[in-house]
Ligand binder design. Structure first.
Ligand code: 5GP
Ligand code: ZN
Length: 113
């Protein structure tokens, strides 16, 4: 996706504060953190939202969840985190490249992101 913001971040065309990258996923600090720790974990290939997920996307989605707790732990949220995926209009998803918010810090997170 040429003009997708997060695809461009994966390609390095737009700078980001990367915390992790492997063959399937890319993780970086949210530009406008809602909590002391706020990391976005995304599949490296373009998936617009949970509505567009297919069987071929399952390894990347599994990896998103598999790395989330460890990335939070290594980046200032050692005692757990909350993982949130907004999807579509009702989920108030703003960036149309599937992403998991991993939020935390030293205090428990509130009921919302
Ligand atoms: P959504 O509402 O789509 O679930 O969340 C999008 C998130 O992406 C927001 O938390 C927003 O702060 C973050 N974001 C938007 N543009 C950028 C950007 O250019 N760089 C980074 N690092 N985060 C961004
Ligand atoms: Zn994309």
């Amino acid at each position: 996706m040429d003009n997708c913001l997060f695809c461009r971040i994966v390609r390095g065309e737009i700078p980001s504060r990367k915390v992790y990258e492997d063959d399937l996923v890319y993780a970086f600090h949210d530009i406008n953190p809602a909590r002391p720790v706020h990391i976005l974990v995304i599949p490296k290939h373009h998936i617009a939202s949970l509505a567009e997920v297919g069987v071929a996307d399952e390894p990347a989605l599994g990896r998103v969840l598999a790395v989330a707790h460890r990335l939070a732990s290594e980046n200032g949220s050692p005692d757990g985190c909350r993982v949130i995926i907004n999807s579509g209009r009702i989920g108030q998803q703003e960036v149309p490249h599937l992403h998991a918010h991993v939020v935390g810090g030293s205090d428990p997170v509130g009921p919302m992101l």
